[in-house]
Design a protein around this ligand. Structure first.
Ligand SMILES: Nc1ncnc2c1ncn2[C@@H]1O[C@H](COP(=O)(O)OP(=O)(O)OP(=O)(O)O)[C@@H](O)[C@H]1O
Ligand SMILES: [Mg+2]
Length: 587
């Protein structure tokens, strides 16, 4: 129960509902317990008539009288039970909602390293399956426990006052019932969890096939994938059948145990009635006892059921707690607002990726001022994107210093930093939403004109107007698929509309032709006049107008300077320049 203590704050939050729920539960139980007493009285009336102790008319009046009372008690108990669910179960839904939000908010503050360590499936599971199991503790488990306690307390008092001896006999099978149900529920939960996990594997498999359908078809792998899926489906059927087998034991077991208890009452109660022992002098008492025993079986079974539910919730809450305790490595260290101008300096920065131990950057130093443009060139894997990741604080490094306007980057307000950076990542990601909303992602309250202006600067406006739905065209799963170059340009428009102090372009012109590239670059010169710009590229054409160019190789700067300096220097840049120049001439 240690882990579940975390939820106490939610019980406190909803204490009014919780206490009201408990109160209603108590009343509902008391009212429903009038019924056995009334039935016992009715049977006794019939017995009295049989023994000629009362007249037919008086017996009829008594019977109808009792039946009306039974009806009333049942209706009131029914309404109260409905209200009990409305308070306690609704409370658990509120807690579920709050907890899901808490988990989601935590996801949002955690950093890249966390998401690399945890698979998406696990994260989704935690927010849906685990939270759902915890809800079972907050709602049903609590409700049934209260129910059981109260019913037990009252029924046992009634039974004991009638006949302690018969009470003992009838209660004997109940602990066995609770134990068996506990074992059974635990087994059901175990199998159902295994089945769920397996289902999510099947789900992931399917999802990958759907998203990779083009590759699957192009490589003619349909048959093979079908065989794989069939094997998975077969195994999932096995697991599901195994679960159903155990589940199907539940009902018969309950009936058997109730039957045993009833037989115990009839036998021992009957014997005691025949001997006219104390408490069993009237035939109605036997009926009353049978009712009590039946009223007790479900609560007793629920002890087993609830214990296994609590066990599950404890395990789930443990997983949730573990991750709520994770401290994001990238933290905002100040609540003060920082105005960002755009001077950037790297001072002897090295960076090694934690998980792969790959040293992506070694002793990198450069400086650019507000309004200047830096181009970064280098072979694939040389560390270009890593520089941008450090600059947007996707990762932090302990070796060397990164300064923004002369302040160490860790001391700059993280949100201000990210607000003043417009990045176009290497793998342009677009949401399954309209083109307009994808561009507006950079500035939520942007006007129509601003969206169009940004699209024009990114040289994508004409493409968009050619679509039937223009800016309202839906992208992705339920819409059209943009070409690689179109995606890159929508992504550029998204960064431009933000009108940030710092613009970072990560190889984002790689999929556009050189003519469009020229156009975008000349637009950029206009819009980024007072902005600090870093352009990562493989092409000299993207770099040649930059104020400064650095060439990376295996994480180290091997050349730096302006275009004019570098073309007159033997090395990577000069080679690349002449190679790409001759390619252009061929075109
Ligand atoms: N998220 C990451 N986790 C672990 N290692 C990484 C990660 N990103 C990059 N690396 C490694 O760091 C090195 C530098 O990668 P980086 O992405 O910075 O290269 P790049 O110059 O941008 O290459 P490209 O031109 O292909 O985009 C590579 O060896 C790469 O394997
Ligand atoms: Mg890269």
């Amino acid at each position: 129960m240690k882990e579940l203590r975390y939820l106490n704050k939610y019980f406190a939050k909803y204490k009014f509902r919780f206490l009201l729920g408990i109160f209603i539960t108590i009343i509902a139980q008391i009212v429903s317990l009038f019924v056995p007493k009334l039935i016992s009285k009715s049977i006794n009336v019939i017995a009295d008539f049989q023994k000629n102790e009362t007249t037919a008319v008086a017996a009829k009046v008594d019977l109808i009288h009792n039946i009306l009372w039974i009806l009333l008690a049942t209706i009131v108990a029914g309404v109260l039970t409905f209200l009990m669910r409305q308070t306690l179960i609704v409370m658990s839904r509120h807690v579920e909602f709050d907890l899901k939000n808490e988990v989601f908010q935590k996801y949002e503050v955690l950093d890249q390293n966390f998401f690399k360590k945890n698979r998406t499936g696990d994260l989704m599971n935690r927010i849906s399956e685990d939270v759902a199991k915890v809800r079972m503790y907050v709602g049903p488990a609590v409700m049934y426990t209260i129910n059981t306690f109260i019913r037990f307390a009252i029924v046992i008092i009634y039974m004991f006052s009638a006949s302690p001896k018969l009470t003992l006999y009838t209660l004997l099978p109940l602990p066995i019932l609770a134990f068996v149900i506990f074992k059974l529920s635990t087994e059901i939960n175990k199998r159902s969890t295994a089945f769920q996990q397996f289902l999510s594997r099947v789900f992931t498999f399917n999802q990958e096939i759907f998203s990779g359908i083009r590759v699957v078809k192009a490589y003619a792998l349909e048959k093979k994938k079908q065989t794989n899926l069939k094997a998975l489906a077969e195994e999932s059927k096995e697991k599901s059948m195994g679960l159903a087998r155990v589940q199907s034991l539940f009902g018969p077991l309950m009936i058997a145990l109730i039957g045993i208890s009833n037989l115990t009452v009839i036998y021992f109660g009957g014997m005691m009635f025949i001997n006219q022992e104390h408490g069993m002098t009237e035939i109605g008492s036997i009926a009353e006892f049978i009712m009590y025993v039946n009223m007790l079986t479900w609560p007793v079974a629920s002890i087993g059921w609830v214990s296994s539910m609590v066990q599950e919730a404890e395990a789930s809450q443990k997983r949730i707690n573990e991750f709520l305790k994770v401290d994001p490595e990238i933290k905002n260290t100040t609540s003060l607002h920082t105005e960002i101008k755009g001077d950037i300096e790297f001072r002897n920065v090295s960076y090694t990726y934690e998980d792969t131990k790959i040293t992506a950057l070694q002793d990198i130093s450069f400086k650019i001022h507000k309004g200047e443009t830096l181009a970064i060139l280098g072979k694939t894997g040389s560390g270009k994107s890593s520089i941008l990741s450090l600059l947007t604080r996707m990762y932090d490094t302990k070796q060397g210093a990164i300064l923004i306007d002369g302040h160490p980057i860790e001391e700059v307000n993280l949100f201000d930093l990210r607000h003043s950076i417009g990045i176009v990542p290497q793998d342009a990601f677009l949401f399954s939403d309209s083109i307009k909303n994808n561009i507006k992602f950079g500035k939520e309250n942007a006007t129509e004109e601003e969206v169009i202006a940004a699209a024009k600067n990114a040289v994508i406006h004409d493409n968009i107007t050619n679509f039937t739905n223009q800016y309202e065209t839906i992208l992705g799963e339920r819409g059209i698929t943009l070409s690689g170059g179109q995606k890159q340009r929508v992504s550029i428009a998204r960064a431009l509309i933000k009108d940030p102090e710092i613009l970072l372009f990560d190889d984002c012109l790689s999929a556009v032709d050189t003519e469009t590239e020229e156009q975008i670059l000349s637009n950029l010169v206009k819009v980024s006049k007072n902005k600090t710009t870093i352009i990562v590229s493989h092409r000299v054409s993207s770099a040649k107008n930059a104020d400064k160019i650095i060439i990376l190789e295996e994480g180290k700067i091997i050349q730096q300077g302006s275009h004019n300096q570098l073309v007159n220097q033997e090395g990577y840049y000069k080679e690349l320049y002449y190679k790409q120049l001759s390619e252009k001439e061929v075109e």
